[in-house]
Design a protein around this ligand. Structure first.
Ligand code: CU
Length: 128
């Protein structure tokens, strides 16, 4: 009987659709707690700590238009300056303990920078 087999086919499809919706519903439920974490990560994603004579993180990837802020957590002053050849030049004044410097990266590219007081301190900002 063709009509019977057709009915079984349609009801089977409906059952699959319902099942798919239930699974999708479950998946979106489970992803809700996971989405709570990224905002915390992005809020700290544009900041670089200067501590123990190093940039933390040493390499940071941001989108064009992002303002990156460095904060000196060391007991000695540091001066941030872009390396020669970076897509745009930037340099801070002498940052004492607790002082911050911000620069907005509008142009995509790889920006290497260093501390002019301690040339061994190196960092990279990758702007996409
Ligand atoms: Cu330094």
């Amino acid at each position: 009987m063709p009509s019977d087999s057709r009915w079984i086919f349609y009801s089977g499809c409906t059952a699959l659709l319902v099942l798919a919706c239930v699974i999708a519903g479950c998946a979106s439920y489970q992803s809700t707690p996971a989405t709570a974490a990224p905002p915390a990560a992005t809020s700290g994603g544009n900041t670089i700590a200067i501590k123990n004579f190093a940039f933390d993180p040493a390499s940071l990837t941001v989108k064009a238009g992002t303002t990156v802020t460095w904060t000196n957590q060391d007991s000695v002053p540091h001066i941030i300056a872009s390396d020669t050849g970076s897509p745009a030049a930037f340099s801070s004044s002498s940052l004492s303990t607790g002082a911050s410097y911000s620069f907005t990266f509008t142009q995509a590219g790889t920006y290497a920078y260093h501390c002019t007081i301690h040339p061994s301190m190196k960092g990279t900002i990758i702007v996409q």
